[in-house]
Write a protein that binds this ligand. Structure first.
Ligand SMILES: Cc1cc2nc3c(=O)[nH]c(=O)nc-3n(C[C@H](O)[C@H](O)[C@H](O)COP(=O)(O)OP(=O)(O)OC[C@H]3O[C@@H](n4cnc5c(N)ncnc54)[C@H](O)[C@@H]3O)c2cc1C
Length: 477
């Protein structure tokens, strides 16, 4: 072994045991390989003692059984696009890099399912199933690089959850290696199955703290014939939010996505929109509908009219795929643009029942003012989910007023909404807030379940219920 480890449980003998079981070439111990693996977009960093890159379920099983025997922490990971430090090996030990487990099993389109290994990148999966005119709906800004393993482990949401729901709704069955090395199969590869407790859902969103997901069977849907997009500009937030009620509740339009952005976000992206957004715009809605050509055209013109009825200053319809992609690219650039025009931003998110979004946003802006800090808001108001970016221009990453404001936002928003972890996982950076959202007895039941599956707490220790570190910069979309 190349150098001393942080974790005194990995000595030369254990190192050799790992190499014998998994292959020397898959056990990376030199410092270059170790420093390149241990962080995500939360910018947390902790160097693992070893990085292990298995190729099969059997190798993962051997690894976990050795790690369990010697009580060595395991942190599963691959694409590191997480935003809450879930993939940072905070207790050192072994980073389990799943990049080599990236096979997609041959697709049987008539079953409307596909089985994949955890290291498959979402875009590759989407491209593969598109060949059979099928689609895997959960869609994120990170689709080009995040993996299905990370997405299932974090139970991610996404931009078209309004119509199609989130990752959780698409996971039918899984093969999972438990901390003692045993392999279990949960769920069924059928579109319907109700036998017994739903173990599959239990592992979705478990953030690598219960076991390693080694195969995932997903539900697919027929690809919609056409997608249409409308962008609508309003002078103020209330008019934009009233328009969303008018579209969804009063006129029952089942839209694919319904995204909102406030003035701070709009100001940040104005430059990249080639003058399309007038100065007086204080809020915008970006709305997608899908279906057959005729229905899409009909829905788009109704949405256009409803936005205008709710005082929209201007509405623009994307008639071509090129224009649609441009609008969505601009949308995805909100967070990077906020980062570009300000020296630092801290991303959080919260969820409220739709009817309380206005109240939750009002509280957030009031708190920002009280702390002399700006808070930008954007997100899927159709689902009541808003990303909040606290803007900080003093260039410091760890900043007491920012942390105070974020804590206060979490407390006050939870009092309105009951949820401050609607996406992005809890991981390491948000674990200190879990008690705001979950009752003590819920946490105790979860801890008992964790102990049952992982009595030695080797799986991703320090996450979800663990001690959190300071806030770090998270910057996305
Ligand atoms: C540009 C951008 C936009 C985003 N937008 C959203 C959004 O709208 N909504 C949202 O919810 N999130 C969003 N995210 C964050 C999203 O959570 C991550 O993109 C994704 O879930 C992490 O995938 P990954 O493959 O990078 O996993 P990693 O970051 O490597 O791991 C994430 C977590 O999963 C665990 N894990 C990974 N693989 C396995 C496995 N096989 N078995 C067990 N545990 C495993 C890890 O231990 C870690 O806890 C965004 C991120 C970016 C960068």
């Amino acid at each position: 072994m190349e150098q001393q480890t942080h974790n005194n449980k990995i000595d030369q003998k254990v190192f050799e045991e790992l190499c014998d079981a998994i292959g020397r070439e898959n056990v990376l111990d030199n410092i270059e390989e170790r420093v390149c693996s241990p962080f995500d977009t939360s910018e947390g960093k902790s160097i693992p003692d070893l990085v292990i890159t298995p190729h099969s379920t059997e190798q993962v099983s051997s690894l976990l059984s050795i790690a369990n025997k010697h009580s060595i922490p395991i942190c599963p990971q691959w694409a590191w696009t997480g935003l809450s430090g879930g993939d940072v090996p905070v207790k050192s030990g072994i980073s389990l890099d799943l990049k080599n487990m990236n096979r997609i099993e041959p697709l049987n389109a008539r079953d409307l399912t596909v089985t994949v290994e955890p290291g498959v990148v979402i875009k590759d999966l989407q491209d593969e199933v598109a060949k059979s005119r099928l689609f895997y709906p959960p869609e994120l800004g990170s689709a080009g690089f995040s993996t299905i393993g990370g997405r299932v482990a974090e139970s991610t949401g996404g931009m078209i959850g309004m119509k199609y729901g989130v990752t959780r709704e698409y996971v039918l069955a899984m093969e999972i290696v438990l901390p003692d090395g045993s392999v279990i199969n949960t769920g069924r590869k059928t579109l319907k199955s109700v036998a017994g407790y739903d173990l599959t859902r239990f592992f979705v969103g478990s953030e690598g703290t219960l076991g390693v997901l080694t195969k995932i069977t997903l539900k697919l849907l027929p690809m919609p014939e056409k997608i249409g997009t409308v962008i609508s500009f309003f002078s103020d937030i209330d008019s934009a939010l009233n328009a969303t009620d008018s579209i969804l509740i009063k006129n029952h339009l089942h839209v694919r996505s319904l995204e909102f952005a406030d003035k701070i976000c709009i100001d940040a992206i104005r430059e990249s929109t080639e003058g399309e957004i007038p100065e007086e715009v204080g809020a915008l809605l970006l709305i997608d509908v899908d279906g057959n050509e005729k229905n899409v055209a009909n829905d788009i013109s109704r949405i256009d009219a409803l936005c205008r009825e709710n005082s929209a200053l201007n509405t623009s319809i994307a008639n071509t795929d090129e224009k649609r992609n441009t609008l969505w690219d601009i949308w995805k650039s909100i967070s990077p643009s906020l980062f570009k025009v300000n020296s630092m931003e801290f991303n959080e998110d919260c969820s409220a029942p739709r009817s309380k979004v206005k109240e939750a946003l009002k509280k957030v802006y009031e708190l920002g003012k009280a702390h002399s800090l700006q808070v930008a808001a954007f997100g899927n108001v159709g689902e009541g989910h808003v990303h909040l970016s606290v803007i900080c221009n003093n260039g410091k990453v760890v900043d007491v007023p920012v942390n105070n404001l974020i804590s206060q936002i979490f407390k006050d928003v939870v009092s309105v909404s009951r949820s401050n972890r609607s996406a992005q996982g809890v991981g390491d950076t948000k674990s200190e807030y879990i008690g705001l959202e979950l009752a003590p007895h819920e946490i105790e039941i979860m801890r008992d379940l964790k102990r049952m599956f992982d009595p030695k707490s080797i799986m991703n220790p320090g996450k979800t219920f663990g001690n959190s570190s300071v806030h770090r910069n998270t910057h996305y979309k």
